[in-house]
Design a protein around this ligand. Structure first.
Ligand SMILES: C[S@@+](CC[C@H](N)C(=O)[O-])C[C@H]1O[C@@H](n2cnc3c(N)ncnc32)[C@H](O)[C@@H]1O
Length: 266
């Protein structure tokens, strides 16, 4: 899978791309990350990428020309806009009108809030473009006429889209077969199945007087599976009851949740 990342600060990606799962995915040929410095596409001696907002106010706004030029050039999109004689073929979102196969995603706190199902959705694509904002954000015409999607990584404001792009990239690429050491690793994760994951324990069996649940040492796989399912249900019920309304529950799951409701402390 290829990620084209458009940024004014490509150096931010250096460390994260050279470590751990992302590095292994790159080395294994599962992931190809191409960083594109938006400044390289800015015209003029000073290669200016931002300007004052019309209407006044503080902060700077990312100019449309370098962002359009970078994305159109790298992705091979024909130049669009009313000035290019294309008025009759109104430029719509490249993905939603199914004319362009690569999602062009703006990272913005105003986008749809990223979650595991959006990660699965993006993992279906062979190629994804991520555009990182800075300053007060993007000139609105970038959002209206270039992007096909807008993603926020949460209800808070970062200084730039680079960390958000890394969050999206990490969450998506670990879903690709072969990216994790354990091929089943992602399927039990919190949110993958609609529940929070069950608790984990490792050696030693006793640490400072705190033990490990007996069932995990029993070697009985059916019992371990049931215990894990119940712990996942319990944890989700305690911490994220909203998630239980969306998940498919078996008869046994429902019975277990009923016992929890009747005796929550047991
Ligand atoms: C300081 S923010 C601009 C925020 C903008 N003035 C607003 O209120 O919507 C600069 C850039 O950081 C990125 N960013 C900030 N918070 C983000 C979030 N929660 N998710 C994704 N990107 C974010 C975006 O690319 C944004 O253009």
């Amino acid at each position: 899978m290829r990620f084209d990342i458009f940024t004014l600060f490509p150096g931010i990606f250096e460390g994260p791309l050279r470590e751990s799962m992302i590095k292994r995915a790159i080395d294994a040929g599962l992931l190809n990350v191409q960083l594109h410095n938006i400044r390289d596409y800015a015209a003029g001696k000073h290669q200016v990428t931002d300007d004052y907002p019309y209407g006044g106010g503080g902060g700077m706004v990312m100019k449309p020309e370098p962002v359009f030029a970078a994305v159109e050039s790298v992705l091979g999109i024909r130049e669009q806009g009313s000035g290019s004689g294309d008025q009759d073929t109104d430029y719509q979102s490249p993905v939603t009108n199914h004319q362009f196969p690569i999602p062009i995603i703006l990272l913005t706190p105003q986008g749809r809030v990223f979650n595991q199902s959006i990660a699965y959705e993006l993992a279906q694509y062979d190629r994804v473009a991520l555009i990182c904002g800075r300053y007060e954000g993007f000139d609105e015409r970038i959002r209206e006429h270039l992007a096909s999607d807008e993603i926020s990584i949460g209800d808070f404001v970062l200084t730039g889209g680079e960390l958000a792009a890394l969050v999206v990239l990490d969450a998506v690429i670990r879903l690709k077969p072969g990216a994790l050491g354990d091929p089943e690793g992602a399927s039990d994760d919190s949110h993958a199945s609609g529940l929070l994951e069950y608790p984990h324990y490792t050696r030693p069996p006793e640490f400072r007087g705190w033990g490990v649940p007996e069932v995990l040492l029993s070697g009985d796989h059916a019992k371990v599976d049931r215990w894990r399912r119940e712990q996942a249900l319990r944890r989700t019920w305690l911490r994220r009851p909203d998630m239980l309304t969306a998940v498919e529950l078996s008869k046994a799951d429902r019975a277990f949740l009923d016992t929890l409701r009747q005796a929550p402390d047991e």
